[in-house]
Ligand binder design. Structure first.
Ligand SMILES: [Zn+2]
Length: 248
């Protein structure tokens, strides 16, 4: 959205990025945002290099040296010795690479399987709602993509046209994709997404789905606009979903 990551020199070492990815993986596992070997995290190290989690590992006990460096074709280009010997990137990394293609401003992609958000996507309950002001202010809305078979090229196809406009989205029946200027920032958006799903589920159970009033939404949208965080697609969606049409 308004980041300028690719125009800035990388100030952090690869070791520091590796440690941050491991910290985020551990939190994803501890907070039940992933099960078994679910989920993957990546960092754009440079124009043609990406640090990614390997396939088939629990995110609870990955080590920094097990992360792989790949190119735009998902081919491993980093050292193939030591702790990451014989490891391969997840097939879901194709989705990350598509996000980097479409968002040159981002430095990191986090994909998880947060259970509440996934359950709501199956139940047909949208998270693209104006319920929580801070979510409108920070994420805008949380859209859900069309269904794609996990780990297939369809994952990259369904985020096209959505990831350009949103930092947090749900993959129908599958999981979440959040992006940001670092793994930590992308992870925090995942936390916010699942927290929104929990509140939404509670509102559905209470049968008290009480969206924000248009004037309340308008103030939150104005806050985004004043910080350069309002794009045309989001304005269009806010108009459709929340009855606030900032471009009118
Ligand atoms: Zn997945």
């Amino acid at each position: 959205m308004s980041y300028t990551i690719t125009s800035q020199p990388a100030r952090r070492t690869e070791r520091a990025w590796r440690e941050e990815v491991i910290r985020v993986c551990r939190l994803m596992w501890e907070k039940d945002f992933v099960a078994a070997s679910d989920g993957n995290v990546s960092v754009r190290l440079g124009p043609d290099r990406f640090l990614v989690t390997p396939s088939g590992f629990s995110k609870g006990n990955l080590k920094p040296d097990q992360l792989l460096v790949i190119d735009w074709e998902a081919k491993v280009i980093g050292p193939l010795y030591g702790a990451n010997r014989e490891l391969r990137p997840s097939s879901e990394i194709i989705l990350h690479l598509e996000a980097y293609r479409r968002r040159p401003d981002i430095r990191s992609v986090v994909h998880a399987h947060p259970p509440m958000a996934v359950a709501l996507s199956i139940a047909g309950v949208s998270l693209a709602q104006c319920i929580l002001p801070e979510v409108v202010m920070t994420l805008g809305l949380i859209p859900t993509t069309k269904y794609a078979t996990p780990a297939s090229p369809e994952g990259a196809e369904v985020i096209a046209g959505v990831i350009e406009h949103y930092d947090a989205l749900i993959l129908q029946r599958h999981g979440s994709v959040t992006v940001g200027e670092s793994p930590w920032k992308a992870y925090l958006k995942l936390e916010k997404l699942e927290h929104t799903a929990l509140i939404t589920k509670t509102l559905v159970e209470l049968n008290r789905f009480n969206p924000m009033k248009p004037d309340e939404v308008a103030k939150a949208v104005h806050w985004r606009e004043s910080r350069g965080l309002l794009n045309d697609a989001l304005a269009h969606d806010l108009c459709n979903v929340c009855d606030v049409c900032p471009l009118k």
